[in-house]
Design a binder for this molecule. Structure first.
Ligand SMILES: [Ca+2]
Length: 136
């Protein structure tokens, strides 16, 4: 944690923090024994989210470029925030959008095996990559 005393930058390292919310009270005491306290809340999230991705209810082939994705995702500490998709091996990604369990996606029109990648983001910024491949 970074802070300043009389404008001078300082740093304090906390160890053995618990998963989830940690509350610490920082007390500063000057030479005249005047004190001031500040409550600091630190959120720790070391467990990545879990999730799954299913394309067209697990059909072996997609017969149109429009596919439906069914998604699950859980993050018990921070909660899921957003998702995004790539269908070109991760070269380009859709914009981040609010996580939902059903998503429509349009694939490129060329025939072949497509891989849809999904990334889930929690409120603290962790990513979970999910992959599924389907022939088209
Ligand atoms: Ca987590």
């Amino acid at each position: 944690m970074a802070y300043a005393v009389d404008g001078k930058p300082k740093q304090k390292t906390f160890t053995a923090l618990n998963e989830g919310v940690n509350s610490k009270t920082i007390t500063a005491i000057d030479l005249a024994r005047n004190s001031s306290s500040q409550l600091v809340v630190l959120q720790v999230d070391t467990v990545p989210p879990t999730g799954s991705l299913v394309i067209n209810n697990d059909a072996t082939y997609a017969t149109t470029t429009a596919v439906t994705l069914n998604l699950t995702g859980v993050d018990t500490t921070s909660g899921l925030d957003q998702m995004r998709f790539s269908s070109d091996g991760g070269m380009t990604w859709s914009g981040w959008e609010t996580f939902v369990t059903t998503k429509s996606l349009t694939l490129s029109a060329d025939v072949g095996t497509k891989t849809i990648q999904c990334q889930l983001k929690i409120r603290q910024g962790w990513f979970l990559p999910l992959f599924q491949t389907r022939s088209y």
